[in-house]
Design a protein around this ligand. Sequence first.
Ligand SMILES: Nc1ncnc2c1ncn2[C@@H]1O[C@H](COP(=O)(O)OP(=O)(O)OP(=O)(O)O)[C@@H](O)[C@H]1O
Ligand SMILES: [Mg+2]
Length: 447
Amino acid sequence: MAIVDVEGLTKKYELRKTGDVIVGLDDVSFTVDEGEILGVIGKSGAGKSTLLQILRGIENFDSGRVVVDNVVLTPESSRDQFSKVQRKTAIHLQRSFALWGQSILHNVMRKVCSARTGLEDLPEHPAEYEDVKAEAMEIVDLVGLKDKYNYFYNILSGGEKQRVLLARQLAFKPRVLLLDEPATMSDPLTRREIMDTIKKIHEKLNLTIILVSHMPEVHEYLADRLIMLEDGKITYEGQTSEALRYFTQQIADPVPLEPVTSDREKILRLKNVWKKYRLLTSNELIQTIEMKNINFTIPKGVIMAMIGPTAKGKTVLIRLLSGIEKPDEGEVLVNVSGEFVDIAKYGRKSIIARQKIEVMHQEFGLMHNETVIDQFSYRLGLKSIKTVERALERAEELGITDLKLDVLYRLADLPEDEARALLQKMELSQDIFYELFPRFPESETRK
Ligand SMILES: Nc1ncnc2c1ncn2[C@@H]1O[C@H](COP(=O)(O)OP(=O)(O)OP(=O)(O)O)[C@@H](O)[C@H]1O
Ligand SMILES: [Mg+2]
C-alpha cells in the first residue's frame, strides 16, 4: 500500500531581488509503498532537495497534492496540517553537521527529549533521565555506535557523524525517513559503513525511505526503485539497475590527461614537515594524526591528487599548504618570483605569498544572504595585489602590525564559521575586515 502519494506537484521559487521565477518542481507524480526504499537521482539543481523539503512539510508548493501516511497536503492546507506531516517524517539534510559538542549518547538523548517535549533539554529528574537514556542507547546501538556512545562528536569520523545524525532522526520515530545525500564526502569504506547502517535501519524498523543521491552505487546498494529528476520533471522511473543505466549513459567518457614533463618550475614545497594532533574524548586520549617528516614538491600547472581513508590528514595537508595551519616543524615553501617563502612564518612576505593560493573547503565557506556577484567581489578583493598593498598601508595607519594583519588575513581563508569564532575570540568585529580589505569594485568584478 502506498504510504506516500504525490500528484501533480509543482513548486516555483520567485526571487525577490530580480523577480525571476525558477521552477523547482514541475508536475511531479509518484507513489512510495510502505517499507520501500525509493531512490531519487538527478543532476544538480534538478529539484531533489526541493522535493524532500516539501515531503518533510517545511516548504509550501504551488499546485498538486501530497499525501504522507494519510495526511493530505495541498497549497491551501492549514499550518496545522503541515505540522502533522512534519510529525510523520524526519530528514537527514545535505551538508548539515550541526550537532551538540557533547557525547554521541547526549546528542541522541536530546533528540529523544525533543520528540517527547519539543525541546532538546535533557531531563533533570533521574528516573526520566534513565528512561530517555535507555531509549537513546537502543538507537545508538542500531546505528552501530554503542562502543563509542561516550565519544565527543568533534572527534568522530565523517561516517560516524553521519550515523549520529541518522540516530537523531530515528529518535522521532518517523513513518517516512528522508535522506538527502547521506553519503557525501566519504571514502568508499565509510560510504559502505553508512549504507550498511541505512540497510540495517530499514530492515529492523521496516521503515519507508526516500533516498536522494548523486552516487549510482548508493542506489544500487539500497534502492528498490528509482526515479530520475531533470529540471523539476520526472524523466525516468524504473527498476534501479535499469534506471541507473539510463542515467550513466548521459555521462561522457573521461578524456585522458597529457603526461607531465619533469622540467617544470616548482611552485610549492613541503620540507621536513611534522604535525601532530591529539584529541580528548570525554575520558580517553586519542591520537588522531601524526605526520612525520613529509616532503614533496608540486610543479607549476600540475594537478596533484591526494587519496586516503577518512581522518588520515588530507584536509590538514591542505590547510598546511594554504598557510591556515602551521606545522609543528618544517617549512611550507611557496615560490614567489623565484624566491621560496616560508608561509608558516607570519608576516608581510607570507601574506604576499599566500595571495597566490586559494582554498576550497570541504565545509563550504560562503556567506549567506549575499548574491553571487558579491561573493566574487569579496574574494577578488582579498586576493588582488592592490588590495594587499592598500591593507598594509591601512594597517600602518591604524597601528596594526604586519603580524596582526597576517593573522587577520589568514582568517579570510578559513571556512566562515571558523573565522567568525576566531574573530570573536580575539574580541574583534567583522568590520575590521571590511576596513582592511575592501570589496573589489562591482564593474571590475563583473569583468
Ligand atoms: N530557496 C530557494 N530560492 C530560490 N530558488 C531555489 C531555492 N531553493 C532551490 N532553488 C532552485 O530550485 C532548483 C532546484 O533546487 P534543488 O536544491 O532542489 O536541487 P537539487 O536537485 O537538490 O540539487 P543538488 O544535487 O545540487 O543538491 C534550482 O534551480 C535551485 O536554484
Ligand atoms: Mg540537493
